[in-house]
Structure formats: structure tokens, C-alpha cells
Design a protein around this ligand. Sequence first.
Ligand code: AMP
Length: 512
Amino acid sequence: MNHASMLAKAADRYPDRPAISVGTTIVHTYGVLARRTAGLAAALRRDCGLQVGDRVAIVAKNCAEYLEAMYGCWWAGLAAVPVNAKLHPKEIAFILANSGTRVVIATPELADAVRSVTDETPSVERVVSTESAAYRDMVASDPMDYEPVPPEALAWLFYTSGTTGRPKGAMLTHRNLTVTVMNYFSDVDGIEPEDCMIHCAPMSHGSGIYALPHIARAANNVVPESGGYGVAETLELIAHWPGATFFFAPTMITRLITSELIAEADLTNLKTIVYGGAPMYLADTKRALDILGPKIVQIYGQGEAPMTITGLGKRVYRDREHPRWEAAIASAGYPRTDVEVRIVDDAGIPQPFGEVGEIICRGDIVMAGYWDNPTATATSLKDGWLWTGDVGVMDPDGLVTLKDRSKDMIISGGTNIYPREIEEILLTHPAVLECAVVGRPHPDWGEEVVAFVVPREGTSPTEADLDALCLENIARFKRPKLYRIVSALQKNNYGKILKTALREDLAKRPVK
Ligand code: AMP
């Protein structure tokens, strides 16, 4: 097999349909995209001398060349290493060295950044800028047929976002990518060739994964001119392109629905916003449904099992008559069709319905392991099950509700406290824009609860207000013992709040 065969088939069937667009301009049809991909693949193998299985890094912000670079690697039987463009050159160097990357394809400014750290990346033989004559020659090379590879062959080395410690390379195989595509159609959404995916989120991560089913169905992949996310630009693209799907982190949805531009926006072309990667709080979900309509789909997954472990489709969001509708839309949905999900204790014993435990999953979506890291692999993969590090509960009908990352759980007086529960309450306060709850060491209780709160502009919520809200809604022992009002919360490049940084901040600057 070769996952790139999906591009070949799309191009055979729909050679003239738009494949890649930038802003409102079509850049390549499927026929041209497949031709360029096969040319790039040939150049990587013949001119660069790469062997099947070698790694090629893509260090680029979202751009027209992104998908041909990824598919070019797969077509040639090579592994793609998409690197987050916002990383520091030293962090990029770590990934290039760790993966043993031989060739880097990079947008011009990032090519310079990569060249500035060559001392730290001994395996890198060549850095090719997407705007160079060399790159233009590569995509114009005599095409090769796609290389047949075993399903277990490494396709995508997916570096985790590294909210704790160094990123690890989750090894995704051609089989993983293929079941990811099939899962989109079975559990997330249907796609027609007339639809499009608009890539506002990084293509090195979630948005790149979502390109795959769109390529398989010969839909258009639209890259914003800015290469990223801005509300005004996003709304202009929605107004232009019909059948528009996005992959958003929850904070991107919040920015969209709280923008003053949304009131006047024409959302007719908006088909689906798939969101995930971090919790979306109930108050925000309800607001999103009111403003956007039931056009959202939630996925819960991780780089180690991409697309979804569980998901919540439009059908549930639409069904307001459902007796447990609020609980359902606050959950992470149901296990995807082809994945087994269990909630287990530390020994791996399945927990009864409603009992909290770690979420583990098994199926063809689970990564082959971490690149060059047998210790981390042994911790995460046991008897074919992926231990996610997330804590949750399952209902008898299979609905999975996430509590938190296990490392973010607070243990106070011997009782487990899940920060998300407290965050959900704080976010219902009209003056609270964002919040994050963490534990800090306490001599008697083990840990105590601390809330970081970002107020909405022009408001100043008091501790007493927030405390009263918590008292009305949650057990006393879960109430934050300290509130820290801050202007922003530190996030990583994927918009995830860095709770480790908040805990370190508390340790450095103790209050009271
Ligand atoms: P990453 O591998 O960087 O995509 O991060 C995966 C982690 O993000 C998961 O293990 C969860 O902790 C979190 N996550 C992913 N999807 C969701 C979701 N729908 N709700 C809450 N947290 C999520």
C-alpha cells in the first residue's frame, strides 16, 4: 500500500478540480498537484539519494507547497516530519536531530532559521527553500510511480506539542493515516469534491491530518494568505468558498464567536468546524451552537492516536430534546467506530461505568511507538493498548467524559479534584474570559486549589464573587483557596494552556 495512492486516485478521477488554493485564488488542480508530488518524490529519491524510510522535515508555516511536500515524502516511501513553524530554532534543531532528518523543505525565512542551527543538526544534508529554483526543479522532475510500502511503514513522525518536557515523535504509519481518513467518513463528516478545508490551524498538526480525507475526496485545500488564523480573514474565506470545513482549537472558536464581526457575517458556506485538542467548556459550546448553529463536531484524540479516540457528531449537538443533552455536549463523545476504549485503574483493570480512571484505547489508529524512545513507548503502549494520560469516565452507553490530564489532577486531603470541573463553573461568570485551575503543594492537605483568572475587558471580578459562584455550584473542598487575576494565560503554539508553567510560577512567586 501507500497512503499517497489516495491522492493519485483523486487526481485520476477529478484532474481539473481545485486541489490547492491560497486566499481566494486556485493555485493547483488535482492533476497538477499529483504531477508535482510525483516529481518531488522522484527528486528526493534520485537527486537527494534518499532511501525508503529516510526522514524529510517540513519546516513551514501553512503554504501552497505544504501538501505536495507531505505527499511527496509518502509517494517516495519516505517519512515526513512536519515541524511547527512557531518553534524556536533550537527546538526545531532538536526535532531535526532527534528524527535523523536528512533533507529539510522549508519556507524561505524558516530555511534561514534551520541553516542557522546546522551545528546542532548533523544528519541534515540539504535545506531546500520552497521559493528556490532548486525546489521548482524538484517538483518539475520526471515523475516516479508511488513506492509500494508495507502498511507498517513510517509515514508521519508526529512530534507531540511538548507541554511537559521535550517533544516525542509519535510514529504514524501508512495504515494509521489510512484508517484516520476512513474514520473521518464514518464518525466525523462526509466530504464532496465541491467542499473545501480551510487551513487556519497549523498543517504540521491537526489541520494537516484533516487535509487527508479532503484529498481523498478531491476537495479543495485553502490556505489563508496570512498562513494562519485571523477572524476577519476567516470570515472572508467562508463568504467565498462553499462547503467550508475547519479544524480549530477551542480558543479559535471562542475568538470567532466573541468577535464583533460575527454579527454581520454570512455563514451560509460554513459546513463544519471540527474542534479538539483541549477542553471546550460547556458555556462556550452553548454560545458556539447559538451563534454558528449545529455545525460543530468535537474530536478527542492525540498525536499518538490521531483524528479521534472518541468524537461527538453534529447529530448530538442538534438534539436539544435529548434528556441528558448538557452532559452529552460537555463530554468528549463516543468511541470511534473502529476503536476500543476502556477506563482503567493503574493496574489496567477496567472500571465500572461512572468510575474515574485513565482512558486507554486500542485499534489500528494507535501509533507504532515513539521514535527512538523505547522507554516512553513502553510506558504508553502496553499489550496493544495506548495509555493516553487522560482521566475520564464512561457511561453505560459509551459516552466518555474527560476529567483532565492525569498529571493535572489535584489531590487535596486524599481526594481527587479535577480542575476542569472548577474551570467550567468559573467560566459561567460573565466577567471571566479564561481561567485555569492548578494545584500547589500544601503542608497539611498535600495540595490546594489555585485558580488563575483572566477577566473580560472592562471588568474586575472579585475573589468574593468567584468564591460565591463556586459555593453555589461545587463542593466546598473543591473551591479555589487562592485566586490569581492575570491579564493572560501562557499557552503553547497550539493554544494549549501551559499548566506546568502556572505551577512553576506559583512555586517562584508564592502568594499568602
Ligand atoms: P496533542 O497530542 O498535542 O494533540 O494533545 C492531545 C491531548 O489534548 C489529549 O491527550 C487531551 O489531553 C487533550 N485533548 C484532545 N482533544 C480534547 C478534547 N476534545 N477535549 C479535551 N481535551 C482534549
